[in-house]
Design a protein. Structure first.
Length: 403
């Protein structure tokens, strides 16, 4: 069975992505290269395999690894992780090879760092950069270049962050040059995490940080919508379990797991708030769906409406009022029927979530377990976060009287 990534690009994923680093030559180095190869191949299969009616897919994949016994012992955890994140059933076939890799960069000593943080161009990771700065962390920022529409925003945000964070480095990986057929990209965060893990390992940094608000991390399933679990506590726990089983010391965490997006944004200082308009949230533009104004975000999808709820909760709308095709009130004179229906569906999603939070039923459907958390009081903290989010939804609906 051929490896699909090699067939497309002529090299293994680590050879494509890690040439910005220098050398990986010992046994543990080889396992890091394996991590990049395994999760990058899964991501490639994800974007190159079309879904039918938002259902999971079944496919097989062959991946060369440096320690076949270790990866065979992790096969069940891998399958469980991919199934949870994307609904897909993946049959893994591992092939034993040796891997040593010499990149093109010169070995340089940049000092020591506290963490590697993902910087996606979104509002949560941008707020995470503010958190790093105010906490005095030395940080390496990892980004992955997306489509042309988002890339200019990513560059603006990255330049702002690195210019304001003197004790930082930035690595921004080029997107895969292929014609993807599936827009949902359910495993995209796994690609980000494997690349961040490789950079953290290279710089001897243990902590890999993914900043995502608590509500979106849980991403409750409603109305038959396809919902990924890219930063869910279970996703992070399963990823960490695999790293630990491989003997890799890096660990992923989400410091914002018990906070709402509104709370995270409201902590930003004025200089950071002025940059909010350059952050990107919209899922419709990422899926190449038509926008009336291609320079804006749709304002009707779930991520856009969550963003509006979060800014409106603390009267911060002024910082992003002009970024949407359909604004806060949802009453644009040129709104199309498709936009109206999408906005109604998204608002109803949050209404239902609010109702289920208020009657204490939502928490019971999330499948949270102690093993996913470091905190013993995770359940109470999650419940309090959801209650605060319910009040944010209520304030948004009261202010804008949408539908």
């Amino acid at each position: 069975m051929d490896n699909p990534f090699i067939k497309e690009f002529g090299v293994l994923p680590h050879e494509l992505f890690l040439n910005i680093l220098t050398s990986f030559e010992n046994d543990i180095d080889g396992l890091i290269l394996d991590v990049v190869d395994v999760f990058s191949t899964i991501y490639y299969m994800d974007i190159m395999t079309r879904r039918k009616n938002d259902q999971g897919r079944t496919y097989s994949v062959s991946i060369p690894v440096t320690n076949i016994n270790l990866w065979e012992s992790n096969k069940a955890s891998l399958k469980k992780l991919i199934k949870f994140v994307s609904r897909d059933d993946v049959n893994f076939q591992f092939v034993q090879i040796d891997k040593k890799f010499l990149g093109t960069s010169l070995p340089l000593d940049f000092g020591t760092f506290n963490n590697v943080s993902l910087l996606s161009g979104g509002l949560d990771s941008f707020s995470g950069a503010f958190h790093n700065i105010t906490q005095g962390f030395n940080t390496i920022y990892i980004g992955y270049k997306l489509n042309t529409f988002e890339q200019s925003k990513q560059e603006t945000i990255a330049n702002f962050v690195t210019s304001n964070h003197t004790n930082s480095l930035g690595y921004f990986f080029n997107k895969l040059n292929c014609n993807k057929v599936e827009p949902t990209q359910a495993t995209r965060s796994l690609l980000f995490l494997c690349l961040a893990t490789a950079v953290a390992y290279y710089y001897r940094v243990r902590d890999v940080i993914i900043y995502e608000n608590g509500f979106l991390s849980l991403n409750p399933f409603k109305n038959g919508r396809f919902t990924t679990k890219t930063t869910h506590p279970r996703t992070i726990s399963l990823f960490n379990t695999i790293l630990c089983s491989l003997g890799i010391e890096q660990r992923v965490s989400n410091p914002f797991i018990f906070e709402t997006k509104g709370e995270i944004i409201n902590r930003l200082d004025e200089d950071f708030k002025q940059q909010i308009k350059y952050t990107h949230t919209c899922s419709r533009s990422r899926q190449n769906l038509h926008l009336q104004d291609k320079k804006k975000q749709c304002g009707t999808c779930i991520p856009c409406v969550l963003r509006k709820i979060s800014l409106a909760a603390y009267d911060n709308e002024i910082y992003d009022a002009q970024v949407y095709d359909v604004g806060y009130e949802g009453k644009n004179k040129d709104i199309t029927i498709d936009q109206m229906e999408d906005l109604k569906s998204s608002v109803e999603y949050f209404r239902e979530c609010k109702r289920d939070i208020d009657d204490n039923s939502l928490l019971l459907t999330l499948g949270l377990k102690k093993s996913y958390y470091d905190e013993d009081d995770y359940y109470e903290k999650t419940n309090r976060m959801l209650k605060r989010f319910s009040r944010e939804v209520e304030r948004f609906l009261d202010k804008y009287d949408i539908f």
